[in-house]
Design a protein around this ligand. Sequence first.
Ligand code: F6R
Length: 615
Amino acid sequence: MCGIIGYVGPLGAVGIVLSGLQRMEYRGYDSAGLAMLDSADGALKRVRVSGKIPDLQRAVEQELPEPVAGRCHIGIGHTRWATHGAPTVSNAHPHLSRNGRIAIVHNGIIENYLPLKQRLIGKGYRFESETDSEVLAHLIEECYDGDLHRAVAMALEMVEGTYGIAVVSSQHPDVIVAARKGSPIALGVGNGENIVASDVSAIVNYTTRVIYLDDEDIATITPAGVQISSLKNVPVNRELRHVDWQPGELEKGGFEHFMLKEIHEQPEALANAIRGRLLEKDGTTRLSGVQMEPADYARVSRIIIAACGTSYFAGMVGKYHFESLADLPTEVEQAAEFRYRNPIIERDSCLLAVSQSGETADTIEAVREARRKGANVLGICNVVGSTIARETGRGVYLHAGPEISVASTKAFSCQVVVLAMLAIAFGRARRMSAGVGRDLVAGLARVPQLAEAVLRQTDHIRQVAEKYADAEHCFYLGRGYMYPVALEGALKLKEISYIHAEGYHAAELKHGPIALLDETVPVVAVVPDVHGRSKTVNNMQECRARKSPVIAIATEGDDEVDQFADDIIRVPPCPDFLAPVPVVVAEQLLAYYIARKRGCPIDQPRNLAKSVTVE
Ligand code: F6R
């Protein structure tokens, strides 16, 4: 989604802002821009494009040639993912106030922008964009009486909705004012220079010392430091945190795409996810971040998992874990639905908010609703210090490392494993014996090898993928643990290859979708040797009978499937609860190589954003 970056300090702001924007490209965007303060004439200079960062770079070279660029030591930039208004230059940020002295970049949605806009038009303000964001620039100008911090606070008091915002003004040549409500803002604290960004990946190249703003915080950022207060001007202290991402982690490391790199990182990511958390002797797991004793685990009578997209499918796998390993009734909720129903949350319910980014708006709101209803809430996040991690204050980090590719890969497999570890902790506090716990934990210790075994077959999977790259429709079928994994396989294929792919419970095929099968519609049968396999093998035969080519994802040595499949991808044998991991690695590689053969922009698929921070 949209990205914000701002710099103030002795260095050239143009280069820093451009490279910050580049680091946030993975979030998905369709236009970009920056505003710089030229120290020679004290004027704000703005450059915007409808397009990508290289287009912006070229525009900057023309419109801010040296020595102008070298004279800019403060500036803000933005990548925009269109919501209100098409991705045109005039809708791109930064937006300028009427007098041209204030520039703003904004993430989020101003819900009451229409009445505010009408009122401002009545006062003679002219709007050059169709965006909701532009009202902020004019409101700040209207409120300004010499104090930028106060003007921004007053303007924000008038808006309803969500915002992450950064503001510069030609009247304050060394000040950026930033604020947040519902849309993340982080401050990178340097020596004699400071950065503001919506995403720490834009900061870690300069500093690993980061302060996250809370909702309704407003910060004044100068080269000398940062001061944070509430919108009501009450000073607040926010913790200085150290981000453990290394700049190198944000590079492609020789892979053609971030997605391929992240698929290949899974053995290491999984090893990090389980490190120090398996108690093999006691047959249980230790997840200190959840801050629960066995008695607390035992008191929980129901699990609710709220998540979106890929994290939702991992949550569906979690349902199988909690029911089969911990005997706990479990519901999985699409977070967007959860917040608008009247979810029944009893005192002993535990809500797990599963989110790679920890910034997904619907999942954040599910957390807030569950807390209002008194539930025990845990965050299962990858991004340390993200909104969900901070608001829940308790939970489990994935430790998967930064996920840059828009299509989620390593987060899914780590979520599956973290949910399994949590289910074992719950199970052991309830009815699970030490012996069963020890077997499960021993299985988990081998999970990185399961991913590795599939990665060794990359060449074979690429050859299979290339055969099917011309398909326009595709089905993924599975049951039991493989049902959510089939849904995830279909999601991966559709988002990066633009092939229309449907994931179905294998038994549902006969209830309608089988009408669509013919020789042009391949079916991916997800049939590793887990409970329910033989029934899905029967469904493979039904697909064959309708002439659909069948690609089977099956266990090594399971020769029975050969006669019903046109192509087979093998996964290593493993316990049922871990099978989603090797199978999803196979699905990710299949989707990746199909998309690559079709020439798709794999890391930034059209219309998609990495982190969906609006409803
Ligand atoms: C798909 C994908 C999305 C995300 C979803 C939730 O590849 O990446 O479906 O899984 O937007 O994001 P998080 O996990 O950050 O809450």
